[in-house]
Design a protein around this ligand. Structure first.
Ligand SMILES: *Cc1c(COP(=O)(O)O)cnc(C)c1O
Length: 378
């Protein structure tokens, strides 16, 4: 008999979502927009500490609109973290821009300020500074925002924060995503909280968020007939999904604690094994440990990352390699990259373990035992 599947990160509903969705049905607000969307935006603003927020159909849509709002022109460059999910970079191409990838550092697995400094100095010399820097906060951990923001200020380049994976994290007491000119979040099914699909764009500038709402609803001019002076998008969140999001916001703190507890469980379970290390938690904040990531050193551990992944798969346990860096993706072949060796090494040796906030102790033990069986020392 095959064992019950353990997923990498599955949705985890709280106590209130069903009632909030029922209310949307009862009031016949099954449309895009509606009172739950407005309430979700206000509650989200309060939670992350941002002045303005627009609820959208996805995090990818939020990245896309941020670049559209900046007026990115065809052929212009945008710097982006290399170690990330492709949705951080794809919208650069939607707008005809050219991604330039920046390596991460080992301390946080996020954009290395030294590499960014090098890249900005290079482009200043060539008199073509990028339109923006897209800074990703990976696997629940904030990048070193102060260092990155200082460089962006020095060169007059706009900072966009991709906090899709870092809702609930802190950086020196603030929420990642709220420091740059715009920040984006995701509520996809595998994220720390979910609306099944959805995203948020935040900014301290009301004009930007108002314009985002306009672009996201097909850029309809204020007229009784349908009139458009700009190309628009269908990117708004539905009222039903916003109802789910409101319930999920109420349990975010619990979800963060549960995911951190998963990581602590794995750390205890592997503490006697050589050759297995955890993604470090940077000193400037609290990671949500959205995903628990480990680095496997084959010589010391006994087998490599891929052997561990396959052993877990044989036990019906889903684990995945750390993101394949963007500068190694076939679709971004030929894009300029500053550094890249660190991201490549983390990809080659890194594995994401099941990390859902609804994992039971028995499930965590199943994962830990399967990993331990691979180790030479165990
Ligand atoms: C999930 C994710 C996105 C995209 O969010 P969607 O809501 O899935 O479109 C963007 N960036 C990063 C880093 C992500 O992990």
């Amino acid at each position: 008999m095959t064992k019950r599947r353990i997923y990498l990160s599955s949705p985890h509903l709280g106590a209130d979502e069903f009632e909030l969705v029922r209310e949307a049905f009862a009031t016949n607000w099954i449309a895009p927009l509606g009172p739950h969307v407005d309430a979700f935006e206000r509650e989200f603003e309060t939670l992350v500490g941002s002045r303005h927020a627009a609820a959208l159909s996805s995090g990818t849509a939020a990245v896309h609109l941020s670049l559209r709002l900046l007026g990115l022109k065809s052929g212009e460059e945008v710097f982006c973290s290399s170690l990330t999910f492709s949705a951080s970079a794809n919208p650069i191409v939607y707008e005809g821009g050219k991604p330039v990838f920046i390596d991460c550092d080992r301390a946080s697995w996020n954009m290395d300020p030294a590499r960014l400094a090098e890249a900005l100095a290079d482009r200043e010399k060539k008199d073509r500074l990028p339109k923006a820097v897209i800074l990703v906060h990976l696997y629940g951990q904030s990048a070193d925002i102060d260092a990155i923001a200082a460089l962006c200020t020095k060169y007059g380049v706009t900072l966009i924060e991709d906090a899709a994976e870092a809702l609930g994290a802190t950086y020196k007491g603030i929420s990642p995503g709220t420091r740059g000119r715009m920040g984006i979040y995701s509520f996809n099914g595998n994220k720390i909280i979910t609306t099944s699909g959805g995203g948020m764009l935040v900014s301290a500038e009301s004009a930007l968020i108002e314009k985002a709402r306009f672009l996201a609803t097909q850029s309809r001019d204020p007229a009784p007939h349908y009139q458009h002076s700009e190309i628009g998008f269908n990117y708004r969140m539905s009222n039903v999904l916003a109802a789910i999001g409101r319930g999920q916001l109420r349990v975010l703190a619990d979800r963060v604690n549960a995911r951190r507890a998963n990581c602590e469980f794995y750390q205890r379970a592997f503490s006697d094994l050589p050759g297995i290390e955890f993604m470090p938690e940077a000193p400037w904040g609290r990671s949500t440990r959205w995903l628990t990531c480990v680095i496997i050193e084959p010589k010391k551990f006994g087998v490599d990352r891929e052997a561990v992944r396959l052993a877990l798969a044989a036990e019906n346990i889903e684990a995945r390699p750390v993101w394949k860096p963007m500068h190694l993706q076939p679709v971004f072949a030929g894009c300029d990259t500053f550094g890249g060796e660190v991201a490549e090494d983390l990809f080659n040796r890194g594995l994401c373990l099941p990390s859902g906030s609804n994992l039971t102790t028995e499930e965590l033990e199943r994962v830990a035992n399967a990993v331990r069986r691979c180790a030479r020392a165990a």
